[in-house]
Design a protein around this ligand. Structure first.
Ligand SMILES: [Zn+2]
Length: 199
């Protein structure tokens, strides 16, 4: 917000997106991204902040925290039905949930983002974009059963960077969520950071 850097990747653990206002859950203690959004609203006076969450699990904590706050748009893709068994039917005009069946690959993932996230983000025109960057939807990660690859993460990062460039002065704060197969996690995070940094 001070303009010193365009975007940032927070290489943090534990993840945060399952943590609710007053409840730790699913490896998550504090909802890192939600804290960042709340700070942006309260301290920087923003009116529209968007969150994109491509972790394989639905960010139930993030949704419950902001479900009734139209200043915050949450765009999520996640395996469904799957832990935490939330988000398939709870969306509204600023909670954009795109559940994906087990076995979904990059083509269907990109189609869901193109169909559901991007028009909503264009409509919302966020002043700041945060990313819940979980890489556990990678095909090598046996935590779940989606089949994304590094190139899909690079693609979605580029699409989000385009939105941020149009509406948010390029401002993106991405925070690591899940990702449990360490080689795939490293390669995917690298692909994500390369696009963010323009390398
Ligand atoms: Zn996850």
């Amino acid at each position: 917000m001070a303009g010193r850097v365009e975007n940032a990747f927070c290489n943090v653990r534990p993840p945060g997106h399952h943590a609710e206002r007053a409840r730790a859950m699913g490896f998550c203690i504090f909802n890192n991204v939600a804290v960042g959004v709340a700070h942006a609203l309260a301290q920087h006076g923003l009116q529209r902040v968007a969150i994109a969450d491509f972790d394989v699990h639905h960010g139930n904590g993030t949704e419950t925290i902001f479900h009734d706050d139209p200043r915050v748009m949450l765009c999520s893709t996640f395996q469904h039905p799957f832990y935490p068994y939330y988000g398939a039917n709870s969306g509204n005009e600023h909670i954009i949930n795109a559940p994906l069946p087990a076995g979904t690959g990059g083509g269907e993932f990109r189609a869901a983002v193109t169909l559901h996230w991007l028009p909503a983000l264009e409509r919302f025109q966020p002043e700041l974009l945060l990313i819940s960057a979980g890489f556990d939807a990678h095909r090598d990660d046996d935590m779940a059963m989606l089949n994304l690859t590094e190139s899909d993460y690079a693609w979605v990062t580029g699409e989000l960077k385009n939105i941020a460039g149009k509406y948010a002065r390029g401002r993106i704060v991405s925070a690591l969520e899940g990702g449990y197969e360490l080689h795939a996690l490293g390669r995917s995070a690298l692909a994500h950071i390369k696009v963010l940094s323009g390398l």
